[in-house]
Design a protein around this ligand. Sequence first.
Ligand code: NAP
Length: 332
Amino acid sequence: MATKWGIFSAGKISNDFVVALQTLPAQDHQIVGLAARDFNRAKEFAQSHGILKVYNSYEELASDPDIDVIYIGAIHPVHKNLGLMCMEKGKNVLCEKPLAMNLAEVKELISAARNHNVFLMEAFWSRFFPVYEQIRSLLNQKALGEVKVVQAEFGVNLLHIPRAVDKELGGGALLDIGCYCVQFALMAFSGEKPESITARGYLHETGVDETVTIILQYSGKRQAILTSTLVTQMPNRAVICGTKGMVQIPSFMWSPTTIIVNGEETKYPLPPTTKHLNFWNSTGLSYEAEHVRQCLLKGLKESPVMSLAESELLASIMEEVHIQLGIYKNKT
Ligand SMILES: NC(=O)c1ccc[n+]([C@@H]2O[C@H](COP(=O)([O-])OP(=O)(O)OC[C@H]3O[C@@H](n4cnc5c(N)ncnc54)[C@H](OP(=O)(O)O)[C@@H]3O)[C@@H](O)[C@H]2O)c1
């Protein structure tokens, strides 16, 4: 039976997620309908993607018994309230990254998922690319030896996008893009909590971080160095260096199609589409959608690959970075 998706928001990432879903077999994934704040925009979006049902509100979609799982493609300041509303109605949720604005909100979402016994996952699509699967396999086999140094960078010029620098709308390099580097480090260190977190960076005139470098330090002289910026394009690579080997992602570290293991390169072509995409390599969102389907088929309430514990750890690291940079004064 097909997994029946409901889509929240008619924005940029929702476009790409819908296109990606439509690259998958129709007998496995069905888009039942879409809701957005504005009905006419929702209708226009739905028509352009051949989606048959448009709801008058997010609530109406979340109340539809025909829907198995809701994809939240809205901006992060509204993730918490939308997520809570879906889960209160008994719906499974795949929510765009970052899961919420701060640690307290993330904890609220996680406890709601547990209370309502529904599936919840933060949509770190990177984790489901074949390149990331291969990295996890190398880590599980200890093929790289002990991981000693991890580096990751995500830099693109986003200063022209109002949302990216607006604090109220969840702007800032870390929340928008740097979170990909943090999740990479967490995966490389198998979800371990760092012993110390050090952040240095520069704020934009709006008070959000425009460039930030984070050092996560772990016991046994292991560390991750992570940089993100909204100001300029970076090579956008990632690397894991262990005592027995090295794995590199040349670019883009968040949606990679190439991996280099000890100098040997392998390429993984993306699912093709002729439709318009807003973001690089977005048909790779289909890997994450298929993972959610597999979790639901197994009756899982969280992903073993992007667990809720990791979402919570990630939010706690980001909160500490925000405090060190002076963006927020206190822990939530
Ligand atoms: N996985 C990825 O590769 C990826 C890439 C980009 C973004 N993202 C994440 O996806 C989310 C959306 O990003 P986007 O680039 O798609 O953003 P977007 O197009 O600017 O906005 C997405 C939707 O958010 C809602 N929205 C916008 N402004 C709002 C406001 N002031 N109050 C309430 N709702 C508002 C709207 O929903 P309606 O349509 O319902 O009005 C809008 O369509 C973010 O959390 C972002 O971090 C993920």
